[in-house]
Design a protein around this ligand. Sequence first.
Ligand code: ADP
Length: 364
Amino acid sequence: MSETIIKIKHLRKEYPNVTPLKDVNTEICKGEVISIIGPSGTGKSTLLRCINLLEKPTSGEILIDGVPITAPKADVPSIRRKMGMVFQNFNLFNHLTVIENIMAAPMDLLKKSRDEAYGHGMELLRMVGLSDKAFSLPEELSGGQKQRVAIARTLAMDPEIVLFDEPTSALDPTMVGEVLSVIRNLARQGLTMLIVTHEMRFARDVSTRIFYMDDGVIYEEGMPKEIFTNPKKEKTRQFIQKLKVYEAHITKADFDFVALASQLEEFGRKQQVNQKTVVNMQLLFEELVVNSLIPALFQPFDLTFTAEYAEEKGSMKIRLRYSGDALNPLDKADELSLKLIENAARDCVHSYSDGINVLELEIV
Ligand code: ADP
């Protein structure tokens, strides 16, 4: 067993109106990569902020390398130096160049020489693929590039532990991958990391352990495979199940179908299905819902569009549920539309009972 680097005992954090952390207990070993998942507002971010003392715990104890950092006489600056934090919104200094952003803390706090800080900074920029941006200002970079700089800046302090607070939440979906790939490389290098994330595939691939937070505690923890495929407790099960399902309620003809198509794309990306499946899912949504059903339904209607990913089969199922008279959009579709649908889906089944239509199909 490798040695414990973080120990948390009965950690509690109260705010005036809410107590996000009621009783958190855990031990984390050197080199572990922990992803912290759970519904929003369950104290994931508060936990990270307590660990690096950005928030003062109400009670309980946190030990880093055996040192109680919450004790009144704790040497806070030296404890903080062991930990780096990467934030959702990068927090770069906008008036400094990329390399200056990275050099500032090692020179100020670690008293490194300019040359040394520069050399190490450039090395880190190479590692995150941005050595050609060393003399750019943050405003000249994309969100993904800014976050990679922020990671390099954190690493410049040679931290033993890095805390990531939703590092990809503020990014355009096209830029999520580049940041996750940098974090994945760090995981391989054996850095101890705690990552609050909504990127479940990533959490599953990269972590040694998953913490599912709810009810002010680490409600369930385990190896990624256990948590994602066989969670033991009810709330974890519900949370994991919801991740595999995309659901949209449509009640009027002029709904924002462009936004919905892009949410479908995002859902497909998170499930890591191939691009063809994503395109087919969007095509079916357009042909069946936008072109066929919506014009035929009397307002106000009640239509639920569900896409569900079946991991064991690696396939995506679509389900349309809508009220009104019996109506199978496949009977209404013109020849071209029907051809498109047949190429994109199989096992189309329509059923009707008690005023409710259900159409189910599997995407090819
Ligand atoms: P999560 O990261 O799981 O989404 P947070 O840790 O950000 O959750 O927040 C947990 C709860 O604590 C939320 O209800 C949030 O509104 C509240 N909270 C967080 N920070 C503060 C604060 N500084 N003051 C008051 N309430 C806060």
